[in-house]
Design a protein around this ligand. Structure first.
Ligand code: SF4
Length: 416
C-alpha cells in the first residue's frame, strides 16, 4: 500500500482532489472549444474512457462564450486553461466552469491575478497554478537567475531551473495567500522527467496544496508513455500526487487509458474491467498468441465489467507458474489451450475455439461473482493442478531432452 502525502482538499465540480480522495485522472480536449458539438463529443468520449476531469483551451472570447452550452451537455467537471488573457478566466468563471488554470509565466499582473482570485472565491472555484518550465519568463535570463537562485538548490540535478520554478511559484502564491484564497492546486511540469521528479518532490515539501502531476509535451505515445510514466510513477509510488494528466501528441483517449492503468498497477485506484496478463511469447509458442491477446483484450473490454484477472500464456513451460493469481487463465500447447477458472480445469479446446471458450468462462465467472457464488482473487495459486500436462509433468525435463522440439510431446486432450 502506498502511503499518500496528505494535502488540502479542493472540490472541482463533484470531484475531490487531494486529502484522502482517489488520485483523479485528467485529460484535455485537442479540438477547438468554440466548435461546440465537436468539443462536447470529445469531452464525453474522454469521460466514457474514465477521465474524471477534462480541460479545455480558451484562447479567444468565442471559446469562453461556448462554455455555457458545453457545460450543459457534459457530465464531468471542466477546467478552463487560461494563458495571457486574464479576461478569459473571468469569462470562464462567469460561464460556470469548475476550475481555472493560470500560468504565472504569462498572467502575472498583480491586479489581474487578484481579479481572477476574487471571481473564483465568489463561485467556490479552485485555481490551478501551473508553472511550466517552458513558460517561465526568467528562463530567458537563465544565467542571471542562476547566480541569484542556484545556490538555494545547489544539490539538485537541475539547480537553477528548479530554483526559478519554485521561486516563481512562491511569489505567485503569495498573492493568493494575501487574499486568503487556498483552493489551490499546483503543477510544475517539464519535458525533463528528472526535473519533474525533483520539482514535485521539492514542492511537496514546501506546500500542502494538492499536486497535479504531468510531463509537458511528452511527445508521441510510443516514447511519451515512458517519459511520462517514469516520473509520474516514481512520484506516485512515493505518495506524491493528487491528480495526473499524461499528455501525448495523439488522441487524448490514450492519456486517460494510460493514466488509469498507471493508477491501477500502483493500487491507487480500483480497476474497472478485466486485467489482462499475457506472455511475450518465445520460440516455444505453438499458437498465434499475439492475435489471440489482441482479440481477448478487445472482447474483455466489451464484455467484462468486473476486475477479473485473466491470463493468456503461450505454452506449458512457464505458463502455469506465471498464471498464478489469475481468476481465469488459458495456457496454450500444440494448437490447443487449456482453460482454468480459479484453479479448476474447465476446458481443453483447439486453437480456433480458444477465444470464444475463454470469454465464455470469463462471462460465467463474472456472473458467479455477481451472484455472490465466487470472489475475485479468492484462489490465487492453484491455477494449475499438480500435473496439468499429464505425461509432461512440469515440462522442463521433456524440453531439456529435446522432446518438445521434436513434436513428440503433445498436450493431453481432456474432454471438458
Ligand atoms: S509462457 Fe511459454 S511461450 Fe510464453 S514466453 Fe513463457 S516460455 Fe515462452
Amino acid at each position: 500500500m502506498i502511503s499518500r502525502r496528505k494535502t488540502r482538499q479542493v472540490k472541482v465540480g463533484e470531484v475531490l482532489i487531494g486529502g484522502d480522495a482517489p488520485v483523479a485522472v485528467q485529460s484535455m480536449t485537442s479540438g477547438y472549444t468554440h466548435d461546440i458539438d465537436a468539443c462536447v463529443r470529445e469531452i464525453n468520449k474522454l469521460a466514457a474512457a474514465g477521465a474524471d476531469i477534462v480541460r479545455v483551451a480558451v484562447p479567444e472570447k468565442k471559446d469562453t462564450l461556448a462554455l455555457k452550452e458545453i457545460l450543459g451537455q457534459v457530465s464531468v467537471p471542466i477546467v478552463a486553461d487560461v494563458h495571457f488573457h486574464f479576461q478569459r478566466a473571468l469569462e470562464a468563471v462567469e460561464a460556470g466552469v469548475h476550475k481555472i488554470r493560470l500560468n504565472p509565466g504569462n498572467i502575472n499582473d498583480r491586479k489581474q491575478v487578484e481579479a481572477v482570485i476574487d471571481a473564483c472565491r465568489e463561485r467556490h472555484i479552485p485555481i490551478r497554478v501551473g508553472v511550466n518550465e517552458g513558460s517561465i519568463v526568467e528562463r530567458r535570463d537563465k544565467q542571471k537567475r542562476m547566480k541569484e537562485l542556484g545556490a538555494v538548490f545547489s544539490d539538485s540535478r537541475h539547480g537553477h531551473l528548479l530554483a526559478i520554478m519554485i521561486t516563481k511559484l512562491e511569489e505567485y502564491l503569495d498573492i493568493f495567500y494575501e487574499r486568503h484564497f487556498y483552493d489551490i492546486v499546483i503543477s510544475a511540469k517539464s519535458i525533463d522527467p528528472l526535473l519533474v521528479i525533483d520539482a514535485y518532490t521539492e514542492i511537496s515539501r514546501r506546500f500542502d496544496h494538492p499536486l497535479h502531476l504531468g510531463v509537458t509535451h511528452a511527445g508521441p505515445k510510443e516514447t511519451g508513455s515512458i517519459r511520462s510514466v517514469v516520473p509520474l510513477g516514481t512520484l506516485l509510488a512515493n505518495g506524491i500526487g493528487d491528480t495526473i494528466r499524461i499528455s501525448y501528441a495523439n488522441d487524448p483517449i490514450y492519456e486517460v487509458q494510460d493514466g488509469l492503468e498507471l493508477l491501477y498497477v500502483l493500487g491507487l485506484r480500483t480497476r474497472k474491467g478485466a486485467e489482462l496478463i499475457a506472455c511475450p511469447t518465445c520460440g516455444r509458442i505453438q499458437v498465434d498468441l499475439f492475435t489471440l491477446v489482441q482479440d481477448v483484450n478487445r472482447k474483455l473490454k466489451e464484455q467484462i465489467t468486473l476486475p477479473i484477472k485473466v491470463a493468456v500464456m503461450g505454452c506449458v513451460v512457464n505458463g502455469p507458474g506465471e498464471c498464478e493469481g489469475a481468476d481465469v487463465a488459458i495456457f496454450a500447447g500444440d494448437k490447443r489451450g487449456i482453460i482454468y477458472v480459479q484453479g479448476e480445469k474447465v476446458a481443453n479446446v483447439p486453437e480456433e475455439q480458444i477465444l470464444d471458450a475463454l470469454l465464455e468462462q470469463c462471462r460465467k465467472f463474472q456472473e458467479k461473482v455477481q451472484r455472490g457464488e465466487a470472489r475475485l482473487g479468492e484462489k490465487l495459486v492453484d491455477i494449475i493442478p499438480p500435473d496439468p500436462l499429464g505425461e509432461l509433468g512440469s515440462g522442463y525435463a521433456k524440453i531439456a531432452a529435446g522432446k518438445m522440439e521434436s513434436g513428440e510431446v503433445k498436450l493431453p486432450i481432456v474432454q471438458g
